[in-house]
Design a protein around this ligand. Sequence first.
Ligand SMILES: *[C@@H]1O[C@H](CO)[C@@H](O)[C@H](O)[C@H]1NC(C)=O
Ligand SMILES: *[C@@H]1O[C@H](CO)[C@@H](O)[C@H](O)[C@H]1NC(C)=O
Ligand SMILES: *[C@@H]1O[C@H](CO)[C@@H](O)[C@H](O)[C@H]1NC(C)=O
Length: 211
Amino acid sequence: MNMFHILLTIFVLVTYSAHAAVQDFCVADLKVPESPAGYSCKPPTNVTVDDFVSSSLNFAANTSNIINAAVTPAFAAQLPGVNGLGISIARLDLAPGGVIPMHTHPAGSELLLVTQGVIKAGFISSANKVYIKTLKKGDIMVFPQGLLHFQLNAGGVPAVAFASFSSASPGLQITDFALFANDFPSSLVEKTTFLDNATVRKLKAVLRGTG
Ligand SMILES: *[C@@H]1O[C@H](CO)[C@@H](O)[C@H](O)[C@H]1NC(C)=O
Ligand SMILES: *[C@@H]1O[C@H](CO)[C@@H](O)[C@H](O)[C@H]1NC(C)=O
Ligand SMILES: *[C@@H]1O[C@H](CO)[C@@H](O)[C@H](O)[C@H]1NC(C)=O
């Protein structure tokens, strides 16, 4: 072997062993709180196939609530196997009249696939441009990370969609719940949103305890 081949062989061996040492997965250890980098890994000997499998999206969720809709997440907290992989999924159920109110996922972009019914969806860019489309079965729509967006039932029948995310824990912050469903003082809500006190009082009365 000449020097080139020796170096090449060493390079291949080093690369191979470095790659072999990389962990295949980091199944979430849900006993320890999540950090900004995700959950810590369960010991590999404790990992089973059920950490990678869930049947929780098989079923329509209960939509008897104030938004007539439900989001069933399969994020790292529900599906520990996605931890560290930068992916996750959720199911959306929208009864007739249902709406997933204006919200953001701070940590991930979303790809929505409608599988039943008709959904009107949209997002607002940082330049305050609005992008809205009515989606039917089989249509997909992308919602870029962090932007305000919504989905609502635009047909007279229950609608179902599946949303995949570019994060194992994309987060979900619903704007109205953030403003009105907590103990954020009404006077500050009025000052910081320019809403009048009657509107703030009414929304707080309706949404308090729902967030
Ligand atoms: C791993 O499994 C062992 C034996 O069942 C158990 O004692 C231990 O608490 C588990 N560790 C974690 C982090 O789940
Ligand atoms: C759905 O939720 C509502 C409100 O919490 C409850 O009254 C109702 O029994 C639930 N329906 C089912 C089928 O679980
Ligand atoms: C609500 O706003 C109106 C109009 O600005 C004002 O007259 C009224 O005193 C306010 N009520 C409370 C409870 O702050």
